[in-house]
Write a protein that binds this ligand. Structure first.
Ligand SMILES: *Cc1c(COP(=O)(O)O)cnc(C)c1O
Length: 394
């Protein structure tokens, strides 16, 4: 049960991070639900503390279950190292804070997660960090914001809710030219669909609450990258404490074991449902990068190997959108993405409710916009459900 270099992601998802012989032969990873670890004697404790001997002392610093889940994720991403956090937002903060001091500038692409937007507008400025917003996700508009004080370029891909795809090699080139770091939130892609670290991204952020765990029962975050950069991230995390709990790590480890299987299903059903929606009379527009009609389709094909299960589509107006949402039978009405269960929402009323209406329109969030997260149910049932909801609403 030892994964080797060259094993594929479905194999790594099952085996990476766990060696049964180190755990009394346990076929699957056990849970070390212990805050403290006691040493055989004082010399041993000293050796562990000084890093001369492998071992554990205190779970905020290191815990075997958390470490195992970190190794599994690093293997999925083909990265040197991963650091797990208590939530996706803790990971966003954890990836940025150690590299920013007062006076530094961060260049942010538009279309980022609401929580991140809040962090950039409420928290970073308080610390004296200037956030410059690029006018669009295109590299030329990002380049226009870069100056001598730029320390970080921050992007998200795919974006939510319009599922735009950001050109990562182009941004990596900008970052290299300006000696800034490129940090990317790749939550909505995931390691099966995209490998941002292979495209020049320095640190990759995940909300593990979405596709990685996939079962909507754990809040989790991760920062993935080189040993050098993640060492700084981990050191700051040990000091500030936003670590992942061992039980959450154990659940995440179990969730990741089926990651590839689930993601294949999300990808296949996503394509099928996007195609169905595009052909429906009541649907004016579908936002899904797997469709040839999507503005980033060519880029998505170069940069990704699957397009996920996040789809947005537009119907005539807000009232109709609300009816479609309310009339579905299998889709839960609520936020979040990437779980086994399908969800539906109106971004204008949920994730982007706090954005002023005019600004919302500029962002492309029309009143008739509906967002779905396609779960792993049978796609035929999901399509039949959407069909009846659209028919009944017309
Ligand atoms: C959900 C999400 C987050 C935040 O993750 P939490 O685990 O909810 O803190 C960050 N980025 C993206 C793209 C997300 O979808």
């Amino acid at each position: 049960m030892t994964p080797a270099a060259g094993d594929h992601i479905g194999t790594l998802a099952v085996h990476a991070g766990h060696a049964p012989e180190e755990h009394m032969g346990a076929a699957v990873p056990p849970l070390y639900q212990s805050v403290t670890f006691v040493a055989a004697d004082s010399d041993t404790l000293e050796e562990i503390n000084e890093g001369r001997r492998r071992g554990y002392v205190y779970s905020r610093i290191r815990n075997p279950t958390v470490l195992a889940a970190e190794q599994r994720l690093a293997a999925l991403e083909g990265a040197q190292s991963a650091v797990l956090f208590a939530s996706g937002m803790a990971a966003v903060a954890g990836a940025l804070d150690p590299f920013l001091t007062s006076g530094d500038e961060l260049v942010a692409l538009p279309d980022i997660y609401g929580g991140t937007l809040r962090y950039f507008t409420e928290i970073l400025p308080q610390r004296g960090i200037v956030v410059r917003w690029a006018k669009s996700i295109y590299a030329a508009d990002v380049a226009a914001c870069i100056g001598p004080k730029t320390k970080i370029i921050y992007a998200e891909t795919p974006t939510n809710p319009l599922v735009r795809i950001v050109d990562l090699p182009a941004l990596a080139e900008l970052a290299a030219q300006s000696s800034a770091m490129l940090v990317v939130d790749g939550t909505l892609g995931g390691p099966l669909n995209q490998k941002p670290l292979d495209l020049g991204v320095n640190l990759l952020v995940h909300s593990g609450s979405k596709y990685l765990n996939g079962h909507s029962d754990v809040l989790a975050g991760a920062v993935v990258g080189s040993r050098d950069l993640t060492r700084k991230v981990r050191s700051a995390q040990q000091a500030s404490g936003a670590i992942m709990d061992p039980h959450a790590a154990w659940l995440l480890m179990r969730g990741m074991a089926t990651y590839e299987l689930r993601m294949q299903r999300h990808n296949a059903s996503g394509m099928e449902i996007a195609g169905f929606l595009e052909g429906h009379k009541a649907v004016r527009k579908v936002h899904f990068p797997g469709l040839a009609s999507h503005p980033d389709h060519q880029l998505a094909r170069r940069q990704m190997s699957g397009f996920g299960g996040l789809i947005s589509f537009e119907v005539e107006d807000e009232r109709l959108a609300r009816q479609v949402v309310d009339r579905t039978r299998l889709f839960g009405i609520g936020p979040s993405i990437g779980g086994i269960e399908s969800l539906i929402s109106q971004p204008g009323n949920t994730s982007h409710h706090s954005v002023p209406p005019q600004r919302r329109l500029e962002m492309g969030i029309t009143p008739g916009l509906v967002r779905i997260s396609v779960g792993i149910e049978d796609a035929r049932d999901l399509i039949a459900d959407l069909a009846q909801a659209l028919e009944a609403s017309r």
